[in-house]
Write a protein that binds this ligand. Structure first.
Ligand code: ZN
Length: 464
């Protein structure tokens, strides 16, 4: 069995792993690469293998860095099945539509400039229609339902606790008379998520391919989320300020709404107006409501009892642009949750522009922001924010709660590896920047001296 690492190798973006087994090629993840524009266009338009030669695709979860190149793969001739859990299938559909829409808007904007200069025009990498066509190849598979996906390869999805529908990918392989189990972690959650079940422990594995986004960093404890949120909101209310929360539309926004719901019910915060201003977040929330099979027992029982964990008095979901613009005129304290979480694009930029210059307001970060983004600069204490080419003085209070992370931290990842049973002869550490991946690999070598631990680089191939 050979693994080719064509993305998310010593980085956290563009997950693509090609597995060669019994003469078949299986692609685990088909993610979009997000980085400098020219490199992104190149890596998202071309694959280092022939898409027609791939027998099947397996997706661990819906995040765009794991699914965003699926329409391109189909466009270039891939005709096989795409296996995903039902939750991942539905969220991926919403995310690919959003991705195609963002690309179209981006290209239209750039083409206006190019046309003026008489230069050739650009085209989006894929359209909404092409994204929809790609979804027709998806085969939904429930958690813990074994499924043969190629000669000698049986797939099983187990809980990963990262976002709705997220799964560890377990492959039971029979090759040359030998049986082995390969576990691909996908992105792993922290455990203790208010909505989702904990990641499943690995059992009887021979090979583990594990993410390392936070291989060398620790988060705040999850049980401090509500306490911190409550304190930050109440301080903002004393100043009669607004609270602006940049948040990823899928996963983080629903987690936040659930936490705010709890705080209002427990009377830790007053029932102030809350707006979720992101069309993708609105669609994703509807999909969350449709997938009780993904929830932990508490949330599942709430849904059965017809309590809506994603709705409450005073909460408004906003899809329409006009309604979004109308938020500028809202008087008095309120909470506005909007995307993108890293403040690189989307409606959050308008809310920051309108609110960042007022010292009564708070901008609350609840997630990761890559180093070159506005989100990262604000978290690092920037005094000036550049938004739509204009500079704005940062007077609002900037707060961060790292406990919301959808990714396990160093201790949680190591604990996951420690609990894994089986011979575990090989471990490959992926999906982490070099400092994170290497630190994690060192800790794993110490923990499991009999295992060979690799940190593959881009385009490396490991014989497993
Ligand atoms: Zn993810």
């Amino acid at each position: 069995m050979k693994w080719h690492f064509y993305g998310a190798a010593q980085t956290t973006t563009g997950s693509r792993h090609l597995l060669e087994v019994n003469g078949a090629r299986l692609l685990i993840e088909c993610g979009m690469f997000q980085g400098p524009r020219a490199e992104s266009i190149e890596r998202n338009s071309h694959f280092p293998f022939d898409p027609k030669s791939v027998e099947a695709v397996v997706l661990s979860h819906a995040h765009i860095d794991h699914t965003g190149a699926v329409p391109t793969l189909v466009k270039q001739g891939f005709s096989g099945n795409i296996y995903a859990t039902h939750g991942t299938r539905d969220l991926t559909s919403a995310m690919l539509q959003d991705s195609a829409h963002v690309q179209r808007a981006d290209v239209e904007f750039l083409n206006k400039k190019l046309a003026k200069k008489g230069k050739p025009l650009l085209a989006p990498i894929y359209t909404e229609k092409e994204a929809e066509l790609a979804m027709r190849q998806v085969v939904g598979v429930g958690y813990d339902r074994p499924m043969w996906i190629a000669d000698g390869v049986q797939l099983r999805f187990r809980d990963a606790g990262h976002i709705l529908g997220s799964a560890e990918v377990w492959l039971d392989v029979r090759e040359n008379g030998r049986r082995s189990r390969v576990v691909f972690s996908g992105d792993l959650g922290r455990g203790g998520h208010p909505l989702l079940r904990d990641p499943s422990p690995v059992e009887e594995a021979d090979v583990l391919v594990i993410e390392s986004t936070y291989g060398n960093r620790e988060h705040e404890a999850t049980d401090r989320i509500n306490e911190r949120l409550c304190a930050i909101i109440n301080r903002a209310l004393e100043r009669r300020g607004k609270i602006i929360i940049p948040a990823f539309a899928v996963g983080r926004t629903q987690h936040l709404v659930y936490a705010l719901h709890q705080l209002v019910e427990e009377k830790c915060i007053p029932a102030l107006p809350i707006y979720v201003d992101s069309p993708l977040a609105v669609n994703a929330t509807e999909i969350f409501r449709l997938h009780p099979e993904c929830f932990n027992t508490t949330t599942y029982e709430q849904l059965l009892a017809r309590h809506d964990p994603f709705g409450m008095d005073g909460l408004t979901y906003i899809r329409d642009v006009q309604d979004s613009i109308a938020l500028n005129g809202v008087e008095g304290p309120c909470i506005i949750i909007s995307a993108s979480g890293m403040c690189e694009a989307g409606r959050i930029l308008h809310h920051l522009k309108n609110n960042i210059g007022d010292e009564r307001n708070t901008v609350l970060f609840v997630g990761f922001a890559a180093s070159h983004t506005l989100g990262a600069r604000l978290m690092a204490g920037a005094q000036v924010a550049k938004i739509f080419g204009e500079e704005y003085e940062v007077k609002a209070q900037i707060e961060t709660i790292s406990a919301f992370s959808a990714h396990a931290d160093r201790s949680e990842l190591l604990d996951f590896a420690r609990r894994a049973t089986g011979p575990l002869e090989r471990i490959a550490v992926i999906h982490g920047e070099p400092d994170q991946a290497n630190a994690m690999a060192s800790a794993l070598r110490e923990m499991r001296p009999s295992a060979r631990v690799d940190v593959p680089a881009l385009n490396d191939c490991l014989e497993l």
